[in-house]
Design a protein. Sequence first.
Length: 244
Amino acid sequence: MQLEIRGRKLVRRTYGQTSDNFVRQQRFVNDVSHELRTPLTIIRGYVDILERYGADDPELFREAVSSIKTSAQNMQSLVENLLFFARADQDNQPMIKVPVDLDELLKNFVEAYRSPRVHITKLAPCKILADAEFLKRMFTAFLENALQYSAPDKPVMIELTTSDDAAIIRFIDSGIGISAEDCGKIFDRFYRSDKARTKLENNKNSVGLGLSIAKWIADRHDIEISVDSTPGKGSVFTLTIPTI
Ligand code: ADP
């Protein structure tokens, strides 16, 4: 609902759907502003410090440059994710699906990721219809989370198995886990659990958009996502993908 003054008359208008959009848009602008404020504050703070003392203290200089760099990367990643949604919401996200050997794709993806913590434990051959670039983007979201939300010495397992008409991929970590209440919200745009916020302490790349992008991609490939998690023990994200 919105109040509007026309001439000297006060007119009350109810927008229905539009009102929901308005509220959603306001929340969105609020979320984006909030996400930009932290890196900008860090950058401003370090630039001030550098201006005053930076040139005389090499350690301070290194710390400042590193923090400014991380903050700029976070902002860049936020902007790229926002652009993804801007295009997706306008149906302007072209997707070309072709037959893909999922086992090959997954193997190459993990090799290219180059993390000694990531292990493929099962790799059943199978074919699906997909846009490989989008699929890799989706895998990245699950893998980055599995790595980020578990201790740096803990491995992350990926397995690919098949059933009659589906391929099943599991991302398995032994990290901080997700509460039952949070499990229902983690695919919402900008949602992050309090635990995740505390763990990443503002200096890691986390804005709460990775899983909502993954879900968008999954929906366009008829992929079902399920989450099985125990706080303090770890999480398993399971993707069920129709095979051809
Ligand atoms: P973020 O950029 O914060 O990682 P995501 O959309 O990728 O955003 O994830 C949303 C939230 O879901 C995270 O902030 C975290 O609270 C939770 N989450 C996702 N994956 C995991 C995981 N493997 N282990 C624990 N928590 C997770």
